[in-house]
Design a protein around this ligand. Structure first.
Ligand code: GUN
Length: 305
């Protein structure tokens, strides 16, 4: 069997188109422009790349983006002052504090300082509780993107066996909650799971979110299963050689061994071009959702969990 490739890049473009349509209607019919504030503390190069691309995507769909770049040695008090101002700013409907934060800042405290209704990352303890109890919440972007792709591919997920590999607060746990909400039978596997291959082999849906390059081989996959690969890992390129700056050539791979998994699975997301593009698209979707809720307007259809 050769798997259907679930094209996250193309699907993310359709999500962004929908978002852009909602943004245009909010502007025309209500005079409201959804706004997203992104806070970056320090100089982490990967975070700078993410923040820049978030700003660019906001511009493309018509969301106002407010970037706040703070020095590496910013105090917790100064960061809380900024978050307070953003919490109270009516032009800001979503607030994202880019993680990781420098070591002297307590990430949990900072995230829990964001007003839950503006927490477009869905990381606030209040949103975690709402999701866990099946209530309307802000849903973390990466699991939301995975869910959208699964619904698009399968329609009804009810009764399917789902295995989520990885128990992070950002992906694994909320992904499991979302799948439970779809009436899947959900297993969360992790580094201490006994006989992981046998656990994964039971699954109709495998979501791999561990951050270990090519950890899941095709032999673990049940024939016809759907594989959602959340991993984005940089490894040495197949071809030898160096870049112009002398650094070794690299390539991106997921947590699944793509070639062997694609030979067995019914459908699979590639890396790059699978889950990754969906994450930012869902951040934009969450910003529009937050804006609609803040203004007592109906939620955008197809953009929420
Ligand atoms: N850093 C890497 N991914 C994310 C994300 O989804 N949200 C935030 N806030 N920081 C991140």
């Amino acid at each position: 069997m050769t798997a259907t490739i679930i094209d996250g890049k193309a699907f993310a473009a359709t999500v962004r188109d929908k978002v852009a349509g909602h943004v245009a209607r909010l502007k025309e019919e209500h005079g409201i422009t959804p706004g997203l504030a992104v806070v970056l503390v320090g100089e982490d190069p990967a975070s700078q790349v993410y923040v820049r691309s978030k700003g660019k995507m906001c511009a493309e769909v018509g969301i106002a983006s407010f970037e706040h770049r703070l020095a590496e040695d910013t105090s917790e008090d100064a960061l809380f002052d900024l978050i307070d101002r953003l919490n109270n700013d009516p032009a800001v409907h979503g607030i994202l504090v880019q993680l990781p934060l420098p070591g002297h800042l307590n990430e949990d405290l900072v995230i829990n300082g964001i007003t839950p209704s503006k927490d477009v990352d869905g990381f606030h303890i209040f949103n975690v509780g709402l999701l866990g109890t099946g209530q309307k919440s802000m849903v973390p972007c990466t699991p939301l993107g995975c869910l959208m792709m699964l619904r698009d591919h399968h329609g009804d997920l009810s009764g399917m066996d789902a295995v989520v590999i990885g128990r992070s607060n950002i992906v694994g746990k909320p992904m499991a909650q979302l799948l439970l909400g779809e009436s899947c039978t959900v297993t969360i596997a992790h580094s201490r799971t006994r006989d992981l291959p046998a656990v994964v082999r039971r699954a109709d849906i495998v979501v791999a979110a561990v951050g270990r390059p090519q950890m899941v081989p095709g032999e673990w996959i049940k024939p016809g299963a759907t594989v959602i690969d959340v991993g984005i890992n940089r490894i040495e390129a197949r071809e030898k050689g160096v870049n112009e700056d002398g650094s070794a050539k690299t390539r991106l791979v997921g947590d699944c061994d793509f070639d062997s998994c694609a030979a067995v699975a019914g459908a699979i997301t590639p890396v790059p071009g699978g889950v990754g593009p969906m994450t930012i698209a869902c951040l934009l979707a969450n910003t529009v959702t937050a804006c609609c809720r803040a203004n007592g307007l109906p939620e955008p259809e197809g953009l929420t969990a």
